[in-house]
Ligand binder design. Structure first.
Ligand code: GUE
Length: 353
């Protein structure tokens, strides 16, 4: 159990997009030789910054809606988004509903193209191809996850980069990499532990990592198959030891239930491990990470679970210096950016740039 004092003193600060420093353990850095920097340790009066996404999303959506309404009145045209759904996962239906509703509100036309769970990869490629060629379609979203027998990477790479409003295509990730390069030039090292079997990785996690890197920081992007950086206990009870040293966790777990009901806390660490982590943070200044940052994604994607964060907020907020909540964190911003990217793509198609 955490001392009662810590529970009482845990407080939250609500902040906009001002991100604090980020520290992530790299694979070839031993636990006690992390990059150095300000070494403010987590103490008893711990306070976490809540990186609130809803208001940012609202601002973006307002701007998108205004532009689309102007577009309609000036040229009589508006953006169109296609969502491709393979199979019948309940959570996918729910996420798609969120997208459709958001599109409707800002004036983006939508079409949902549904394929059966057992469709072949070729059939899916043909469907994507037809939307790639359709000049009236400005954005294509192939809803993830795809069934096991379909290679997500092949599909994502096949979506026309101009219509890739998710930003998952390698070319678009390449553009993002320019930012990474800039960071590198300023001393940030990005290490990807992506192995050749790790095609199922979710591009979500990479983005916050790449954007958050600052001079002297080491960022490791980990993937499920070769080293999950999350602090969760897996179903078999194991938990990746790396997590304790990572100070930024972009949790994009699609594990159905990364934290079992009986798990001791959100990070999947036992109370004793959590205490060990705290003392580690305290006792290894300045080589230990100065702050533990925890980002959560919108939800787990279990077909049977209700939307929930990957971690238990109440527990994570006690050790994180910054955290995105669920709901109201990454999710709404993801949706807002989808709308904004679809608008941009339409503007390119209409020669409005
Ligand atoms: N090609 C593709 N693109 C995606 O963007 C994509 C995907 N596949 N597969 C699944 C994930 C999941 N995802 C969410 C986005 C927003 C919320 C969202 O707005 N969540 C609200 C809560 C919504 C609720 O109440 O259920 C929130 O966090 O505040 C949730 C989930 C997009 N995904």
């Amino acid at each position: 159990m955490l001392p009662q004092k810590q529970r009482e003193n845990t407080s939250c600060t609500f902040l906009g997009p001002n991100l604090p420093d980020v520290w992530v353990l790299s694979e070839n850095t031993s636990p006690h030789t992390l990059t150095t920097g300000s070494s403010q340790s987590v103490d008893d009066g711990h306070s976490a910054t809540i990186l609130e996404g809803t208001s940012i999303a609202t601002e973006i959506k307002l701007k998108v809606a205004e532009e689309i309404s102007r577009m309609k009145s000036e040229i009589g045209k508006f953006p169109k988004l296609v969502v491709v759904l393979v199979g019948d996962r309940r959570d996918s239906h729910r996420f798609i509903d969120i997208k459709l509703e958001a599109c409707e509100k800002v004036g983006i036309e939508t079409v949902v193209s549904e394929l059966p769970e057992n469709c072949t990869q070729k059939e899916l490629l043909d469907v994507v191809s037809s939307f790639n060629d359709d000049k009236d379609v400005h954005g294509i979203v192939v809803q993830l996850p795809l069934p096991q027998h379909i290679d997500e990477e092949i599909i994502m790479n096949f979506v026309s980069p101009e219509k890739d409003v998710d930003g998952f295509h390698p070319l678009n990730i390449g553009n993002l990499a320019i930012i990474v390069e800039l960071n590198l030039a300023y001393g940030t090292r990005v290490v990807s532990s992506k192995g050749k079997n790790a095609h199922n990785s979710n591009p979500y996690g990479d983005k916050p990592c790449t954007f958050c890197g600052k001079k002297g920081h080491v960022i490791e992007i980990c993937y499920r198959k070769n080293g999950y950086p999350l602090g969760f206990k897996f179903r078999d009870g194991s938990s990746p030891p790396k997590t304790a040293m990572a100070s930024y966790i972009a949790s994009t777990s699609s594990e159905a239930k990364p934290v079992e009901a009986k798990a001791t806390n959100s990070l999947g660490l036992s109370a004793a491990e959590l205490e060990a982590l705290r003392s580690l943070l305290k006792n290894h200044k300045p080589s230990a990470p100065s702050q533990l940052h925890q980002f959560t994604t919108a939800s787990s994607s279990s077909p049977t679970e209700e939307t929930r964060g990957d971690v238990c907020f109440e527990e994570a907020v006690k050790v994180a210096s910054a955290i995105t909540p669920v709901p109201g964190g990454i999710g709404p911003v993801t949706i807002a950016m989808l709308l904004s990217n679809t608008l941009d793509s339409a503007k390119r198609a209409f020669g409005m740039f």
